[in-house]
Design a protein around this ligand. Structure first.
Ligand SMILES: CC(C)(COP(=O)(O)OP(=O)(O)OC[C@H]1O[C@@H](n2cnc3c(N)ncnc32)[C@H](O)[C@@H]1OP(=O)(O)O)[C@@H](O)C(=O)NCCC(=O)NCCS
Length: 186
C-alpha cells in the first residue's frame, strides 16, 4: 500500500513509492513500446522484479525524491515523477516524469505534476533551479515542461539513437524567483 500523501495539486496526489507499490499495471507501462519510446529503459524488457528493484533503489537514495502520481478522483496510479539527483551544493535537481497510463495522456497531468514538484523543490527542498532533458522528438515532454514554466536552455545535437536515426537532446530549466537575479547564492 502506498505511503501518505506528500504533495497534492489540483487533480493529483503524490506519494513516495516503495517496491511493494509495483503492480502489474506499472510493469506493463515499462514494457509498452509507446510509453518507453524515449526512455533508456526501452532497450531491456522489464520483469516485475526489475521494476521493484528499480523502485527500491530510488527509494533508498538520499539524493532522490521518487513519487508516484495518483488521480485524486479514484486513486489510480498513473505515473511517476522524480527529482534526481538533488545536488545540494548547487541547490539544483533534475526532474524526470513518466505518465504510464496512455489513456490519460494529453489531459495536462504531466504539466500539472511538473509544476507541483518544481514548486515543492523550491519551497520545501530550498532548491534554486530545476533542470530536465528530453529527446528532441519528444514533443509531449517538451510542451509539458514549457507549460509548467520551463525554458529551453540549449540543444545537444544528435545525442541519442532513436529508431535508427540520431535525435537531439532538448535541455530545459526553471529558476526559482530568488535565483533569477543572479545576485546572491540564495
Ligand atoms: C511526455 C508525457 C510526460 C506527456 O504527458 P501528458 O500528461 O500527456 O502531458 P500534458 O497533457 O501535460 O501535455 C503536454 C502537451 O504535449 C502534448 N502531447 C502529449 N503527448 C503527446 C504526444 N505523444 N505527441 C504529441 N504531443 C503530445 C499535449 O497535447 C500537450 O500539448 P497541448 O497543450 O498543446 O495540447 C507522457 O506522454 C509520457 O510520460 N510519455 C512517456 C514517458 C516520457 O516520454 N517521459 C518524458 C521523458 S523526458
Amino acid at each position: 500500500m502506498a505511503g501518505p500523501i506528500l504533495l497534492a495539486s489540483a487533480r493529483l496526489d503524490y506519494r513516495r513509492l516503495e517496491a511493494g507499490d509495483v503492480g502489474a499495471r506499472y510493469v506493463a507501462w515499462m514494457n509498452d513500446p509507446e510509453v518507453v519510446k524515449f526512455l533508456e529503459s526501452r532497450y531491456q524488457r522489464q520483469s516485475e522484479a526489475d521494476v521493484r528493484d528499480f523502485v527500491a533503489r530510488q527509494a533508498a537514495r538520499e539524493d532522490t525524491l521518487f513519487l508516484g502520481i495518483f488521480l485524486r478522483d479514484g486513486g489510480s496510479h498513473i505515473g511517476n515523477v522524480k527529482l534526481s539527483p538533488i545536488v545540494r551544493r548547487h541547490a539544483r535537481a533534475e526532474l524526470g516524469i513518466l505518465i504510464g497510463e496512455r489513456d490519460v495522456w494529453g489531459r495536462g497531468y504531466a504539466s500539472e505534476a511538473i509544476a507541483a514538484v518544481a514548486a515543492y523543490g523550491f519551497s520545501d527542498l530550498k532548491l534554486g533551479k530545476i533542470t530536465a532533458g528530453c529527446y528532441g522528438s519528444n514533443r509531449g515532454s517538451r510542451v509539458a515542461f514549457e507549460k509548467a514554466g520551463f525554458s529551453i536552455e540549449g540543444t545537444r545535437l544528435a545525442q541519442y539513437e532513436l529508431d535508427g536515426v540520431w535525435d537531439d537532446e532538448c535541455l530545459l530549466g526553471l529558476l526559482a524567483p530568488a535565483r533569477r537575479t543572479g545576485m546572491s547564492l540564495r
